[in-house]
Structures are given as structure tokens and as C-alpha cells.
Design a binder for this molecule. Structure first.
Ligand SMILES: Nc1ncnc2c1ncn2[C@@H]1O[C@H](COP(=O)(O)OP(=O)(O)OP(=O)(O)O)[C@@H](O)[C@H]1O
Ligand SMILES: [Mg+2]
Length: 235
């Protein structure tokens, strides 16, 4: 579905991604892990059209996305849950969800999507008229994911959805992603600091280090690797 080839991205002349190639097949859950500053967020932002590579290509079902503005990329079926949630804090839960459906004007389809995300996160249903800025951190993260789902993406990308959450909520978020993948066949690209949990639910994973992919394999292969255990699992 998504094929990224030899991607180079720089900020102020300094290359941060140095020839990253990565693939996400339809129906897969793929984890991208790596240390702070490795370039994970830069990678997701580039796929989402927020940054432009100076070399390489991003292909969705064979068509290049490079140079398209972010809203066009959403229309092509890719949604990003950005690092730090980026909600409209003064809008309600319901209003935030509607902003996610900007590319879906059909009211019937919107109602159906609202029902689906409220089923997925009942806490949001109870709080639909609450201002997003007053939600707890975990609830805000649920809202950020739900808002991305309102665009009915074919590929859902998430940048550290469990950041700052207590372990029980981390589990809830990751289990929800696994369910979306298994039960609805949603294709997911997940960036996570919780390396063990992410690789545990992922079909495949990639390790990014200083802007390069240094390892890839199935989730279980990576979990079993001595290098991963030393570098990321504290073993
Ligand atoms: N707008 C920017 N201008 C200049 N440098 C940037 C900018 N954004 C990121 N960088 C640098 O690019 C590198 C990669 O950053 P990025 O945010 O992609 O890392 P990351 O893997 O997501 O890290 P983390 O796990 O801490 O979120 C870092 O060295 C960062 O300082
Ligand atoms: Mg990041």
C-alpha cells in the first residue's frame, strides 16, 4: 500500500532522514521504533505532506504523494495522529471529531463514523460536549485517534499515541489499535516509545537510527534480537 523509497529529508541543510526505505502492506500493522531524535516524527510528517523530501519517493498504491499538500494526502486515505495530539482545545469533543471529517461531507457517513468512534471509545461519547482542553491526557489521546478515524483513512499513522499515559491506558490504546487492525483490516503505521508493546502487536517493525533503517523484521524477530533487547528493552 505504502512504499517509501530512499527518502532524504533535511532541516536547514542538515539531513535528518538519510535514505529511508520502508513498506506497509495492506492490512498490516507496522511499528517504527528508534531513539529520541532518530527521525521518526520527521518520517511521518514527510509521508503526511507536512515536509518535502529532497530525494526519494513516497508512493501510495503506486502513485507518488511527494509535493501534494497535506489535505490532498488525507483525501488519498492517509491520516496522521501527530505527536502531542494537537486538538482544538476550546472546541468540544464533538466539534473536534467533525474537524476530522472535513473530507467527508456526507451527513449520513458522518453520523455512522461518529457512532463507530463512540463505540470504540465510550468515554468520548459520555463527554461529547466537554471542551477538549479539559479532557484528561488519556481522553485527549483517544480523541486524537478518534478524530483521525473520522476521515476513514485506509492508512492510519500514529506518532507516539501512548506518550505520557499510565500503563493501563497505554494497553488500552494499543489494544484498540490492534482491534482496528484485526477486525476492520485497517492498515496502521505506529511510532512508539513502548518498544516491547509495539513490536508485540506489530506484524513487522523497522528500527530507525540517526536517519537510517538499521534493522527490520517481524515483530517477534525484532523482540528476540539481542541488539534490540540491549538498546530498547533494557535487558
Ligand atoms: N523543525 C526542525 N528544525 C530543525 N531541526 C529539527 C526540526 N524538527 C526536528 N529536528 C531535528 O531532527 C531530528 C529528528 O527529529 P524527530 O522529531 O524526527 O525525531 P524523533 O525520532 O521523532 O524523536 P522523539 O522520539 O524524541 O520524538 C532531531 O535531531 C531534531 O532536533
Ligand atoms: Mg517524535
Amino acid at each position: 500500500m505504502l512504499v517509501v523509497k530512499d527518502l532524504w529529508v533535511r532541516y536547514d541543510e542538515i539531513p535528518v532522514l538519510r535514505g529511508v526505505s520502508l513498506e506497509v502492506r495492506e492490512g498490516e500493522l507496522v511499528a517504527l521504533v528508534g531513539a529520541n531524535g532518530a527521525g521518526k516524527s520527521t518520517f511521518l510528517k514527510t509521508v503526511a505532506g507536512l515536509l518535502t523530501p529532497y530525494q526519494g519517493d513516497v508512493l501510495l498504491e503506486g502513485r507518488s504523494l511527494v509535493g501534494l499538500p497535506p489535505h490532498q494526502i488525507v483525501r488519498q486515505g492517509i491520516a496522521l495522529v501527530p505527536e502531542g495530539r494537537r486538538l482544538f482545545t476550546r472546541l468540544t469533543v464533538y466539534e473536534n471529531l467533525l474537524t476530522g471529517a472535513a473530507t467527508r461531507p456526507d451527513p449520513q457517513e458522518r453520523r455512522q463514523m461518529l457512532e463507530e468512534v463512540f463505540d470504540l471509545f465510550p468515554r468520548l461519547a459520555e463527554r461529547r460536549h466537554q471542551k477538549a482542553g479539559t479532557l484528561s491526557g488519556g481522553e485527549q489521546q483517544m480523541l486524537a485517534i478518534a478524530r483521525a478515524l473520522m476521515a476513514r483513512p485506509r492508512l492510519l499513522m500514529l506518532d507516539e499515541p501512548s506518550l505520557g499515559l499510565m500503563p493501563k491506558l497505554v494497553d488500552l490504546i494499543l489494544e484498540t489499535l490492534q482491534r482496528l487492525n484485526r477486525e476492520q483490516g485497517m492498515t496502521i503505521l505506529l511510532v512508539e516509545q513502548n518498544v516491547r508493546e509495539a513490536l508485540d502487536i506489530a506484524h513487522r517493525g523497522y528500527v530507525l537510527q540517526s536517519g537510517r533503517i538499521v534493522m527490520q523484521g517481524t515483530g517477534q524477530e525484532l523482540l528476540a534480537s539481542e541488539e534490540i533487547q540491549k538498546a530498547y528493552l533494557g535487558m
